[in-house]
Design a protein around this ligand. Structure first.
Ligand SMILES: C[S@@+](CC[C@H](N)C(=O)[O-])C[C@H]1O[C@@H](n2cnc3c(N)ncnc32)[C@H](O)[C@@H]1O
Length: 186
């Protein structure tokens, strides 16, 4: 029988309704009830493939999850600073417990992205790279939400800045064109 993270794994961090499990050197973040899986550390392979060495300078990321992307971006030498917007305080709490580095290059804003982006627009700070990853799949609702948020985020970019969204390899074909159009992917 195959292994299941919430049956066979070990809980290594917990806060409120959020739990992080470890199993076979992989981590899994769920928001209970119902073993609602939000992030897995093995996804690093997809993230590396999609992000390559594109993040640079001053970066903004939406959706902390396990912090797989945060840690990847922070590990790139051409990155000076990363700001992460995360809705769920318990997700941030678990990340802080498991990553005790207190990295001065990393700031986390606990907020809904819909509230945080307009507030950031009022500051003079601009970003070289912005990455959206606050959704768990790409469907009609995600496309509608991104088509509202991405134009706002574009105003936060420097002139030659780059904006990207996590691409779910299991996205149904009917949503590909809409997703690619939002991010100007070819
Ligand atoms: C798919 S996970 C991100 C995975 C992450 N990139 C990683 O490396 O583990 C999505 C995250 O976005 C957060 N989120 C969901 N809706 C949000 C919103 N409206 N604003 C900000 N964060 C949100 C969730 O709480 C969750 O932590």
């Amino acid at each position: 029988m195959g292994l299941i993270y919430f049956r066979d794994g070990k809980v290594i961090a917990e806060s409120g309704q959020v739990k992080v499990y470890e199993m076979d050197d992989n981590r899994y973040l769920e928001k209970c009830p119902g073993h609602n899986l939000w992030a897995s550390s093995w996804e690093i392979r997809d993230y590396e493939e999609q992000l390559k060495d594109i993040p640079r300078g001053n970066c903004l990321e939406i959706g902390l999850g396990l912090g797989v992307v945060s840690n990847y971006i922070l590990g790139l030498e051409q990155v000076n600073h990363l700001t992460t917007i995360e809705l769920d305080r318990d997700v941030v709490e678990c990340y802080t417990k498991l990553n005790k580095t207190n990295n001065i290059k990393h700031s986390i804003i606990i907020s809904d992205v819909h509230r945080a982006l307009p507030i950031l627009l009022n500051s003079s700070i601009k970003y070289d790279f912005i990455f959206f990853d606050h959704y768990s799949l790409i469907d009609e609702d995600t496309i509608k939400e991104l088509s509202e948020l991405v134009p706002i985020a574009k105003k936060l970019l420097v002139t030659d800045g780059k904006i990207m969204g996590w691409f779910d390899p299991f996205t149904p074909e009917e949503f590909l064109e809409g997703f690619n159009r939002i991010f100007n992917y070819k």
